[in-house]
Ligand binder design. Structure first.
Ligand code: C2E
Ligand code: CA
Ligand code: CA
Ligand code: CA
Length: 278
């Protein structure tokens, strides 16, 4: 038994060492990913449930690694956050999305918007300057109204003035604010009163096993009623089936996003979707 224990221990350390090495390699690879143009942006439609129309798009970053293939954001965003690389990556995604929204506004809809994920680390970073975003939009002659920023509950829990000021600056510039992954964080509802939120995104964990009798359905209904009373629109994430869509529609949900409508796709693919519904 003693031997087995020791073996287990050594397998465990081996595993930990490998995981640490992979992480170190990914970290150094990520530093060059931006300059080597391995990062790109895909777009997923956010659909108005009642009409089926495309309401806006969410921009999501992708990393085409030269040997590993496509690396999931779930694997590299945490590394980007720890190392601070998320600031440069975030700027890249923003600039790509801003150029894209300009084209789509000209071609398809003058009020089209793109949603961009903004990590709490980007708000905390001293060198990250939101003027960068405003200047960039101005250089494209694009209004703030063309952008929605997606933040998570964790950010709002930190009610420091600095964060509030930054959020207000985005709002003052005309951008909308969306609360991502709702229901998974350290939920305290008091921040919904303190901050002016435009959209609340129900996390896909509530949608995954949705049936009419499920507790998840009761939760979705309650979230939607509460949000509407606060004048907040609701987007359901991870909608994969017609039955999920129908339940959400019955519960009064405004918008949905998920593989049922489309996976995240490159901009030219997205333009086909926009053309199809025009
Ligand atoms: P998120 O912001 O909650 O994005 C939604 C995720 O759900 C995306 O994963 C999307 O591909 C996935 N998804 C969409 N519809 C469905 C569906 O019907 N079923 C399932 N199972 N999944 C669906 P993705 O692109 O892998 O991104 C994962 C997370 O990485 C994002 O979660 C976000 O937190 C982060 N992320 C992605 N791009 C960026 C970025 O540019 N900046 C920052 N800061 N974070 C990003
Ligand atoms: Ca998001
Ligand atoms: Ca989400
Ligand atoms: Ca509001």
């Amino acid at each position: 038994a003693k031997n087995l224990g020791r073996n287990r221990y050594s397998y465990f350390t081996l595993y930990m060492q490998e995981a640490a090495q992979t992480r170190m390699r990914l970290t150094s690879d990520l530093r060059t990913a931006l300059s080597h143009e391995q990062l790109f942006v895909v777009y997923q439609p956010i659909v108005e449930l009642a009409s089926g129309d495309i309401h806006k798009a969410e921009a999501l970053v992708r990393w085409q690694h030269p040997t590993r293939g496509l690396v999931s954001p779930a694997d590299f965003i945490p590394i980007a956050e720890e190392t601070g690389l998320i600031v440069d990556i975030g700027q890249f995604v923003f600039e790509e999305a801003a150029k894209t929204v300009k084209i789509w506004r000209e071609l398809y809809h003058p009020q089209f918007q793109i949603s961009i994920n903004k990590s709490p680390v980007q708000f905390y970073d001293m060198h990250e300057n939101h003027a960068n975003w405003f200047d960039y939009l101005a250089s494209l002659d694009m209004p703030g109204q063309s952008i929605t920023i997606e933040i998570t509950e964790g950010l709002l829990m930190d009610a420091s003035n600095n964060i509030i000021d930054k959020l207000l600056a985005f709002r003052d510039a005309g951008m909308q604010v969306s609360l991502d992954d709702f229901g998974t964080g350290y939920s305290s509802l008091s921040y919904l009163k303190k901050f002016d939120i435009d959209y609340l995104k129900i996390d896909q964990s509530f949608v995954r096993n949705l049936t009419a009798e499920s507790e998840d359905f009761a939760l979705c209904e309650a979230i939607i009623v509460m949000a509407h009373k606060l004048n907040i629109k609701v987007i359901a994430e991870g909608v994969e089936t017609i039955s999920q869509r129908d339940l959400l529609l019955a519960a009064g949900c405004d918008y949905a996003q998920g593989f049922l409508f489309s996976r995240p796709v490159k901009s030219d693919e997205f333009e086909k979707l926009l053309k199809a519904v025009r």
